[in-house]
Design a binder for this molecule. Structure first.
Ligand code: PEP
Ligand code: MG
Length: 891
């Protein structure tokens, strides 16, 4: 049997091994293969992590493999790990297949101890200060990330040391200060762990590696994965990399760079540089950085080399790359690269630019954008016509316009958001502990850090508006001060994630330019050009048609402008609300034929006018009108209220015979589970004349428009069918009426059914005999397949199910492929067996969900139908589904 390989040298891997080596490891290997200056190192695989997490201990053979990889690393570096005279030091870094910013842990300077600290000083030309600073950093990172010592213990001790010295900058502490600080850190370590800091370098490395494995299941990592829909069982890889030092003096430093602006997509040189600093200082946003261009003067040789490498990487990955690098005494080292995260607008711009530059084709451009990003671009923006007071300006790190009450801690953000308030989380800088608050907030404002700070990266990932690095803000526990004003908790501020401006008070918002473009207005912008090019291509490629769910002419017209190719669901019960409710109530409660006919006759012309409006707006396109499907209780007075008013009247001895009659009727009709009760086709079969009235109104409307020379294409849809007999009965009556009304008009009327009851899906072969089309009602189908009430469950226990990982996302949001999806597959297949050209669509909420659209494409449906605003998103995702190569040709 082949022995499991758990460790890969950087020279052994490549960029396509992300699942095994994690993103960081795979890309370090790729850069090594490209001949770029990457420090030597190796990657422990995600498989090793999964084995560790499953059993709680490292898998057999891992220790021996690491020993031999380490020996090779020592040999290539000419130093031994932690050698007191001339130590090799390593960093131990996490790296999962999906980038999870700030989630996982890094420990630098592993291999330092009481003896090797002197060797490091000697290596650094007698720089004791540097050596002790490195050692105290190891203690700090190791204590915090490996042993869960509270981070403030270390940062407070550092602040205190600076105070004693009367300095504000870490760099002003000398070797003796740092030596004393190191001793203090050791005592903190003992206090919290009950043991000494491990002096043995290999033991340090082993513990750090296992801590990285464990951090996969840290609370905030779990939370982040849930937000980002990343599977919970992938595990992380661990990278062990020879240390290079950016904190060896002014000719050293560390930085991050982007090959294009990740906020706007503009080409150029973007990044931050921090002189004389180590690794995480830039990302953590602890000190303010300088723009990358400043490196040109500081170290022109490294700057030129970096630019050449950036060009190589962008050419190689054919995409925006982000890069972490370190300069050690004038020598450039690449510590990380990856295809960079970007804002939604940048994703579209960059994809279109790369097409224009001939780097990728339009199919690839389509794969590189998403419906979720398009949704972000459809957010409204601030309307600045009222010239709101600008408080300050920071860096626009994640676009959008957000207004809300200022809050100063993640906990308060969660509390106030839960109470229904919009909040803006204001922090000096964020760290992973703030994640829950960032999710709860409408926007995030920080005083420190650039576009690569934790706040910026995480907010962009979540699509949350963020302004960072607003360094004029003086932030206290419950307020901030800026330009002579104080903003306290609860005061409303508005932040613009594009311009970086922060306003006092609420600022009105205006629609996005992308929405204006979809509305058919002329908008001159590079973003709209990019969206237009990609949308056109999506439309050309997609196999799914996109319709809309609309019940009014205005909605239908807007959806049509947004590209809808018809109406997939008109919920006629929405036409019975308002003042018509009374008519429906009369109809339901009618005791005599005369009363019923009267009510129906009153409703008929109203319905006809409704349909005329819809068919006109969708002239030439199909309009699926669903016959009425209200849970009955929505139209009846409340049993409790009625009972009380009748009881009160009786007590007073008042005559109330009408109310008493009504109460009797409501009692008769009362249901414990109205959602599983008298609704849909059942209502049509129980209340004579109701469906007939609707069918007549549809046919009359169509006939009238046809007479005007228009081209109405009605499709009549019967809801909640579970047995073919139900459909047959409605159909035969309906066909009669249609015949009678539209004979000679040339109008064609289809009659089909929703598939939204599990039994309908399971007997689809029979039902197809009586149906011209199926439309999957995935809301009810999900409700009935899971037995979850769609109206109650989200608040009641879904949070617990999500927490337990029973599902990663509500099945009412994204289609449950294995369960509900299976019912859809069965119905589609069996329906098609009976009628090969049976038209198939979906009109539940899932029709506008990006992930679900891909599933419907795979199953081979003809169309999805969704709310008007989701139409462009569904068009884009349908296009994307078509270029992934996983689709079905059964249409
Ligand atoms: C459905 O059940 O998916 C559906 C579209 O119908 P409604 O949401 O109106 O029940
Ligand atoms: Mg339904």
């Amino acid at each position: 049997m082949a022995v499991q390989k758990y460790v890969y040298d950087f020279s052994e891997g490549h960029k396509d091994l992300k699942q095994l080596l994690g993103g960081k490891g795979a890309n370090l290997a790729e850069m090594t293969r490209l001949g770029l200056p990457v420090p030597a190192g190796f990657t422990v695989t995600t498989e090793a992590c999964r084995a560790y997490l499953a059993t709680g201990s490292a898998p057999d053979g891992l220790a021996a493999e690491i020993d031999s990889q380490l020996a090779a690393l020592e040999q290539s570096m000419g130093r031994e790990l932690g050698d007191p005279a001339d130590p090799l030091l390593v960093s131990v870094r996490s790296g999962a297949a999906f980038s999870m910013p700030g989630m996982m842990e890094t420990v630098l300077n592993v291999g330092l101890n009481d003896a090797s600290v002197a060797g490091l000083a000697a290596q650094a030309g007698g720089d004791d200060r540097f050596a002790w600073d490195s050692y105290r950093r190891l203690l700090q990172m190791f204590g915090k990330t490996v042993c869960d010592v509270p981070g403030e213990e270390f940062s407070d001790a550092l602040e205190e040391a600076k105070k004693v010295r009367g300095v504000t900058d870490d760099l002003a502490l000398d070797a003796d200060d740092l030596r004393a600080l190191t001793e203090r850190y050791k005592r903190i370590f003992v206090k919290y762990t009950g043991r000494e800091f491990p002096q043995e370098p290999r033991e340090q490395m082993r513990q750090a590696m296992e801590a990285v494995f464990r951090s996969w299941n840290a609370e905030r990592a779990v939370l982040y994965r849930r937000q980002e829909r990343i599977p919970a069982d992938l595990g992380t890889a661990v990278n062990v990399v020879a240390m290079v030092f950016g904190n060896l003096g002014p000719d050293s430093g560390t930085g991050v760079a982007f090959t294009r602006d990740p906020a706007s997509g503009a080409q150029g040189i973007y990044g931050d540089y921090l002189q004389n600093a180590q690794g995480e200082d830039v990302v953590a946003g602890i000190r303010n950085t300088v723009a990358l261009q400043a490196l040109k003067d500081l170290d022109p040789r490294s700057y030129d080399e970096l630019l050449a490498i950036m060009a190589t990487l962008e050419g190689h990955y054919r995409d925006l790359c982000d890069i972490e690098f370190t300069i050690e005494r004038g020598k450039l080292w690449m510590l990380q690269t990856r295809v960079g995260k970007r804002t939604a607008g940048a994703a579209f711009r960059i994809a279109a630019q790369l097409v224009a530059e001939g780097m990728i084709d339009l199919d690839e451009a389509l794969r590189r954008v998403s419906g979720a990003q398009l949704a972000q671009l459809m957010f409204p923006r601030f309307d600045l016509a009222g010239e709101p007071a600008t408080l300050t300006r920071g860096i626009g790190a994640s676009p959008g316009a957000a207004a809300g009450q200022a809050v100063f801690s993640a906990d308060r953000a969660v509390e106030l958001a839960a109470a229904g308030h919009d909040v803006i989380l204001v922090r000096r800088e964020t760290n992973p502990e703030d994640l829950a608050g960032m999710i709860a907030a409408k926007g995030i404002l920080t005083a420190r850090g650039g576009k690569t700070s934790h706040a910026a990266v995480v907010a962009r990932g979540m699509g949350r508006t963020c302004v960072c690095g607003a360094d004029e803000l003086e932030i206290a526990a419950d307020r901030f001060a800026v330009s002579g004003r104080t903003v306290s908790e609860g005061d409303v501020i508005s932040i613009d994630g594009t311009s970086g401006r922060v306003y006092l008070g609420p600022v009105p918002v205006r629609p996005s330019e992308v929405v204006q473009y979809f509305e058919g207005e002329r908008v001159d912008s590079t973003l709209v050009e990019a969206v237009d090019a990609i949308m056109r291509h999506a439309d050309q490629r997609r196999r799914l048609a996109v319709r809309t769910n609309a019940d009014t002419g205005a909605d239908a017209a807007r959806a049509r402008r947004f590209g809808a190719q018809g109406i997939g669901l008109c919920r006629t019960e929405h036409m019975f609300l308002g003042d018509r409710k009374e008519l429906v109530e009369k109809l339901i409660l009618a005791q005599s034929e005369v009363d019923r006919t009267k009510a129906l006759n009153a409703l008929l012309p109203l319905q006809r006018d409704d349909f005329i409006e819809l068919f006109r707006a969708m002239d030439g396109l199909p309009v699926t009108v669903r016959l009425i499907d209200p849970p009955l209780h929505e139209f009846l007075p409340s049993l409790e209220e009625l009972a009380v008013s009748v009881a009160v009247a009786r007590e007073r001895g008042e005559e109330h015979s009408e109310d008493e009659q009504l109460l009797d009727a409501v009692r008769r009709m009362h249901e414990q589970n109205p959602m599983l009760g008298l609704r849909g086709v059942r209502l049509g079969l129980v209340i004579p004349g109701l469906f007939a009235m609707q069918v007549r109104a549809i046919a009359q409307a169509a006939a009238q428009l046809a007479a005007e020379g228009l081209d109405p294409r009605p499709e009549i849809m019967v809801p909640l069918v579970g047995a073919v007999q139900e459909l047959e009965m409605v159909r035969s009556e309906g066909e009669h009426i249609v015949e009678e009304v539209i004979a000679g008009t040339g109008v064609q009327v289809l009659i089909g059914t929703m598939i939204e009851v599990p039994r309908a899906a399971l007997t689809a072969g029979q039902i197809a005999e009586a149906a011209d089309f199926f439309s999957f009602g995935t809301n009810d189908l999900t409700q009935m397949a899971w037995g979850f009430s769609r109206d109650d469950v989200e608040g009641a226990f879904f949070w617990r199910y999500l927490e337990l990982g029973i599902f990663g996302i509500s099945p009412f949001e994204a289609i449950d492929r294995e369960g509900v999806g299976r019912l859809i597959r069965i119905a589609a297949e069996e329906g098609r067996q009976v009628k090969p050209h049976l038209k198939l669509g979906v009109c539940g909420e899932h029709g506008g969900d990006p992930e679900s659209v891909h599933f419907f494409d795979q199953v081979g449906l003809h169309y999805v139908s969704c709310s008007p605003f989701r139409v462009p998103i569904a068009r884009l995702e349908a296009g994307r589904a078509a270029v992934t190569g996983e689709g079905s040709d059964s249409r």
